[in-house]
Design a protein around this ligand. Structure first.
Ligand code: DGL
Length: 268
């Protein structure tokens, strides 16, 4: 077994969105230690330039690699869409990202071959989902919509707020007009408002969130490479944030349904 097997998995996002992936990992891989990084001081990333996002992604990956993670998970569609290669180039450990996982799950879910994709402006402009979906099936029609206001609303904890509901109706109207049967939540913040989005689009439309697909892919990778932890004890979870740990703690605990004792503020 590789020596690194006992090391933690590194997961990162611009804020709290990546916790949707952490939750899926905790359920799927209950003995793995996880080290999470949320760049709460600089969120949102999705409205920033490719150069800026790439610089941030490299900085976070470097931080996690110095803490000896055995695997890096880019739990942020925006960073995965524009900076996957930059992170992979500097990483000595495998790098997984959410976009391929979500694209594949959407192709499996659609019956009408009409898929909607919502994400941040950076993700939508990158066309990363179109490439991922078409790599599985070129016959699928894709309708994309950038939803820049969703991330600040989620970071604010407005999961079921009238303002979020109105915003969702406004963003989703054009996508729904295209008669899609599947909608990809192409941002890890969006599963936090999944019930609200489901109510807005109606029960007939399947929502694809990449968190669970991501956990499955991670489990396979660990099994294939022998990198799964040999320990069968209660795992450790560490959370690093760049701003206001208390707010992260309140929202994070609400979402993960457990107390987050190890939250550390990182000052670059
Ligand atoms: N959760 C992120 C994503 O999946 C980041 C959003 C942002 O920072 O704008 O795209």
């Amino acid at each position: 077994m590789p020596e690194a097997a006992s090391n933690p998995i590194g997961v990162f996002d611009s804020g709290i969105g990546g916790l949707t992936v952490v939750r899926a990992l905790m359920e799927r891989l209950p003995f793995e230690d996880i080290l999470y990084f949320g760049d709460t001081a600089r969120v949102p990333y999705g409205v920033k330039s490719v150069d800026t996002i790439t610089g941030y992604a490299r900085q976070i990956a470097d931080f996690l690699l110095h803490r000896k993670v055995k695997l890096l998970i880019i739990a942020c569609n925006t960073m995965a869409a524009v900076a996957y290669q930059a992170v992979a180039n500097l990483s000595s450990v495998p790098v997984l990202d959410v976009i391929d996982a979500g694209g594949h799950a959407a192709v499996q879910a659609t019956r009408s071959k009409s898929i909607g994709v919502i994400g941040t402006p950076a993700t939508i402009n990158s066309n990363a989902y179109n490439r991922a979906i078409h790599s599985y099936d070129t016959g699928i029609r894709i309708f994309s919509q950038a939803c820049p206001l969703f991330v600040p609303l989620v970071e604010e904890g407005w999961f079921n707020h009238p303002v979020t509901r109105l915003t969702a109706e406004e963003y989703l109207r054009p996508v729904l007009a295209e008669r899609i049967d599947t909608l990809v939540l192409g941002c890890t913040h969006y599963p936090l408002i999944k019930p609200l989005i489901q109510e807005t689009v109606g029960p007939e439309i399947r929502l694809v969130d990449s968190a669970e697909a991501m956990a499955d892919i991670t489990a396979h990778l660990l099994a294939e490479t022998g990198l799964g932890t040999p320990r069968r004890s209660v795992p450790d979870y560490w959370f690093y944030v760049t701003d206001v740990p208390l707010r992260f703690q309140t929202i994070g605990e609400h979402f993960l349904g457990r107390s987050l004792s190890r939250i550390e503020l990182v000052k670059w």
